[in-house]
Design a binder for this molecule. Sequence first.
Ligand SMILES: [Zn+2]
Length: 142
Amino acid sequence: MQAISVQQPWAFAIARGGKSVSNQGMPTAYRGPLLVHASMRVDLKACDSPLIQAAGWDPRDPLATIGAVIAVADLDHVCSPTDICDCGPWAEPGMHHWHLSEVRALPRPIVALGRPGLWEPKPSLVTAVTTMFTTAALNNAT
Ligand SMILES: [Zn+2]
């Protein structure tokens, strides 16, 4: 399991708004489950962008928080800026497109310190995320 810190409102758009491409300055060879962490910094300009509005941005949503893990996704493909690709409206030219699938929004955010780029979450954080999903599944089953 790895994690990536993303500024709001982009992290929210991944968790709730169907944003399946994360624009990163760096490539990665990692593929697999990825914690989506909302970093402490907010991209204020982006909050008014049509894309973010269309993604249902809601500052009152618990997952609009900062400094917390808010979703888990699978990182299954990364484009390089030199690729000729058609990755849709979320993809920015000149960036590495990290393609995320199977996005699972957390029932509640889990407060955690992030880091720039890809980072390895502490085992306790991974356990907290897994436990929250297990508990939610059990509650839904009853
Ligand atoms: Zn692409």
